[in-house]
Design a protein around this ligand. Structure first.
Ligand SMILES: [Zn+2]
Length: 271
């Protein structure tokens, strides 16, 4: 499942590769991915230019001449750019054709969204309108994280995954973030010392920053169908149940944490 690093990279690629291109047509295979009838979306998007793209949480925000095109890859999927004359993949849910003949195909493995939203309606968008702070942005300071944790008995893992508080982190990157911070996922937010909050903040930035620098996960493709350099060997405790902790040698455990599983070192991350 793509998380902030992969979504940030896809948004950058769209910014680099598609900004300046004009959309000629939108072909929809699966209307469920839209927030309006397919013919309305097609009529409204035709003729709009891609002005730029950015990310917010797990959403790609494409700025068009008049509207925002919001893309969410859900559990995973591919956005692929095709030169004029290139064949499309067999399975696609939507295809954008540009005036110069290039095409962008969207394939969602499970579910995904292509939502066309006016700038006025953006703050009211049911999912993308209420996203929390971007953990790689300058606004996400140690103090900002401290404020998110203060006075809450919520487990820190729940806060880490709550898109309305911190946007873009999912289960995959959470294991190593908490390991690097030396924190047990079930610790109540208000139990962290100042030093622990700072270690938590540093671990979030370091883990996501490394993932971005590596081009994201190997199993997530860029617009040209290439995966990133981050493979399973990169994880320190994530997905390594029974293997020795890289810091102390204690076998790594997999535990249930609410609706998710967590990998951790029971010695380095005492509850
Ligand atoms: Zn350990």
């Amino acid at each position: 499942m793509p998380e902030l690093p992969e979504i940030l990279l896809r948004a950058r690629e769209i910014q680099c590769e598609l900004a300046g291109r004009t959309i000629q047509a939108l072909e929809i295979v699966q209307p469920k991915i839209l927030n309006m009838p397919a013919e309305d979306a097609a009529a409204r998007i035709a003729g709009q230019r891609v002005e730029g793209a950015s990310h917010r949480g797990k959403w790609i925000f494409c700025r068009l001449s008049r509207d925002w095109l919001l893309i969410n890859l859900g559990m995973g999927g591919e956005l692929l750019l095709h030169a004029p004359g290139d064949a499309l993949p067999e399975k696609v849910q939507a295809v954008l054709t540009f005036a110069d003949g290039y095409r962008l195909s969207a394939h969602f493995w499970w579910f995904g969204y292509l939502h066309l939203v006016s700038p006025e309606d953006l703050p009211e968008h049911p999912m993308a309108g209420s996203l929390g702070v971007d953990p790689l942005s300058p606004e996400f300071t140690v103090d900002a994280l401290a404020a998110l944790l203060a006075g809450r008995r919520t487990r820190i893992k729940n806060i880490l995954l709550d898109q309305r508080r911190i946007a873009g982190i999912g289960n995959m990157y959470s294991h190593d973030i908490l390991f690097r911070a030396g924190l047990h996922p079930l610790r109540p937010a208000n139990s962290l010392s100042e030093e622990e909050v700072e270690a938590f903040w540093r671990a979030i930035r370091l883990t996501l920053g490394e993932a971005v620098a590596l081009g994201g996960a190997k199993f997530e493709q860029n617009l040209h169908g290439e995966g990133g350099l981050l493979d399973m060997d990169w994880f320190q405790v994530g997905y390594r149940e029974g293997e020795p902790c890289p810091r102390c040698g204690t076998p790594i455990e997999k535990i249930k944490t609410g609706s998710t599983s967590s990998f951790l070192c029971p010695s380095c991350q005492a509850e």
